[in-house]
Design a protein around this ligand. Structure first.
Ligand code: ADP
Length: 165
């Protein structure tokens, strides 16, 4: 039987406990999970792609079938380059559905072999997003329930450097 490899793409700017919950759960479903930090040059990120990648990596010590990578092209090209056809996405409340529906059908149109699997968010993270975290961070709100400890530290450092406006 061939190994089931899945790619979990996103901005992860920064990693939240909602993302991490999907990573942990997807890692039990697939033989190998590749978290792919996507780079979109028209977006303004809080963390560089290397920083985002490392912040994810630092949380993977107990997940030995999870790898992290970065990519700045078309997602389906990356998926094919990793010899798989499986994309995993997390699904929060209604807000995610329309976007994800559009992306999944577009990817299927571009390559009929691509399959997108959706994992429902855990109830406690259903309202959580990186943008919410970034909004709270701007006003020095407490985000410790929403992000892993290393991400919180990295945000504090950005504050001290004055790079959060
Ligand atoms: P965001 O910036 O909105 O947090 P990302 O592009 O980093 O989004 O998200 C990557 C993937 O993770 C998407 O499939 C998104 O739906 C999913 N995701 C983000 N936050 C959560 C959450 N709290 N629960 C479940 N899935 C999530």
């Amino acid at each position: 039987m061939s190994l089931k490899i899945a790619v979990y793409p996103g901005s992860f700017d920064p990693l939240t406990k909602g993302h991490f919950d999907i990573i942990q759960r997807a890692a039990t479903v697939f033989d190998k999970l590749i978290v792919c930090v996507m780079v979109n040059n028209s977006k303004n990120y809080l963390f560089s792609s290397e920083e985002r990648k490392n912040l994810i990596k630092e949380n993977l010590s107990e997940l030995d079938n999870v790898e992290v990578d970065t990519y700045d092209g078309l997602l389906i090209d990356y998926v094919k380059s990793r010899n798989t056809n499986i994309i995993v996405k997390g699904l929060r409340a209604l807000t995610d559905f329309e976007n994800e529906f559009q992306m999944a059908l577009t990817n299927k149109h571009l390559d009929n072999n691509i399959e997108t699997f959706f994992m429902m968010t855990s109830n406690k993270y259903s309202y959580l997003s990186s943008s919410l975290v970034k909004e709270l961070v701007k006003f020095q709100g407490n985000v410790s329930d929403f992000i892993p400890a290393n991400v919180e530290k990295a945000i504090q450092k950005k504050h001290e450097e004055g790079s959060i406006k």
